[in-house]
Write a new protein. Structure first.
Lengths: 271, 87
């Protein structure tokens, strides 16, 4: 029986889809069987970030409505044998995401995969609550910025109240993934530091993803960051997060400003 | 950060941290409509409107949430009926 993970944040644009694709591909490269599920009905984008946008035939709503078998809707990644995508519907109504339908799909996926990673839409309405409902583990994606931190706090509250685990008196395991972290700005005192965010949200840290051009480059190519350039700082940060998710004890290293002493004075990057 | 700006601009991250700490302390306490200040605001207005007709446009409510103390100011313009006489 696999684990269901929800990648959530409340706020949009913080890196949920990027992180879903990156962690999914990182786990699959470890030989584990992974499915990434897009819950953003009407505004799907995980297919695009995964580079599978031209191969979508059926979607999550088709499966829930009984119009397609789960196996028909799953798209196998061309680069990694153990990585699959279940796309969201682009045209259908999000009200078709029924509680029973979602439960059935997640249960079936957990039987066949080691990891079921659900990419939540932004907000706190039906889509996000359905995406988190059956989660065993939650990855709360947060930017070091006031509105993102506030929304994450709200989502943490929902994870503790509106999930099956919470209703059964258990707890969803929650992890913080701090994305778009800019060491130079944090060191200059103009960005919340890692410890600030951790103290405010008080959930364990899964990883710190530095602000990087690698992310845009990877999405341009339709390749998860952890496949596009495995040696980039961003990919390494996601690989480390995936290892921690699997229970490995990997120490967290806070990214530091890599500009030279001279560069710092004059505001230029060294490399 | 350029060295010349270093002396001019105050650091913003600590302000962000303090604002978040105050805001979230209040938001966490008020989940599910349990916010005392909001309840007080509604009940005070209900009591006043029981006795006089209150024009919604003439009610000013000011709220300031602080770390230890919140203040609630309710400013209601109560119309004075000049036609009424003492019985």
């Amino acid at each position: 029986m696999g684990k269901a993970i929800v990648v959530t944040s409340g706020k949009g644009g913080v890196g949920k889809t990027t992180s879903t694709a990156a962690i999914g591909a990182a786990l699959a490269q470890r030989g584990e069987k992974v499915v990434v599920v897009d819950f953003d009905v009407g505004l799907r984008n995980l297919d695009l970030v995964m580079g599978a946008e031209r191969r979508v035939v059926y979607d999550l709503i088709n499966v829930i409505q009984g119009e397609a078998k789960l196996a028909q809707a799953l798209i196998r990644d061309k680069r990694l044998e153990t990585l699959y995508l279940l796309p969201a519907s682009q045209t259908r109504d999000k009200d078709k995401l029924t509680q029973e339908g979602v439960e059935e799909v997640i249960t079936a996926l957990k039987k066949n995969f080691d990891w079921v990673i659900c990419d939540s839409p932004a907000g706190i309405e039906r889509g996000p609550t359905m995406a988190m409902r059956h989660a065993d583990v939650a990855i709360v994606v947060t930017n070091p910025e006031v509105s993102s931190v506030r929304d994450s706090d709200r989502i943490i509250g929902l994870l503790d109240a509106k999930t099956v685990k919470a209703e059964q008196g258990e707890r969803v395991e929650k992890h913080l993934l701090l994305t778009r972290y800019d060491p130079a700005r944090a060191e200059a005192g103009d960005m919340l530091q890692v410890d600030d965010v951790l103290e405010i949200l008080s959930i364990p840290l899964l990883g710190i993803i530095p602000e990087s051009t690698d992310v845009l480059r990877a999405s341009n190519l339709g390749t998860p960051v952890t496949l596009a350039d495995k040696h980039s700082e961003t990919a390494q940060a996601y690989f480390a997060a995936a290892k921690r998710l699997s229970g490995e004890n990997v120490p967290i290293v806070v990214p530091t400003d890599r500009r030279s002493f001279f560069g710092k004075f004059f505001g230029r990057k060294a490399a | 950060m350029n060295i010349f700006r270093l002396f001019v601009k105050p650091k913003s991250a600590s302000t962000a941290r303090e604002r978040l700490q105050v805001l979230l302390a209040h938001e966490r306490a008020s989940v599910g409509g349990n916010d005392l200040v909001t309840i007080l605001r509604d009940e005070i207005l209900a009591v006043i409107s029981k006795h006089v007709h209150v024009d919604d446009n003439k009610v000013y409510v000011k709220l300031e949430r602080g770390v230890h103390v919140s203040t609630l100011e309710v400013d209601v313009q109560i119309p004075f009926d000049t036609r009424r006489r003492a019985a």
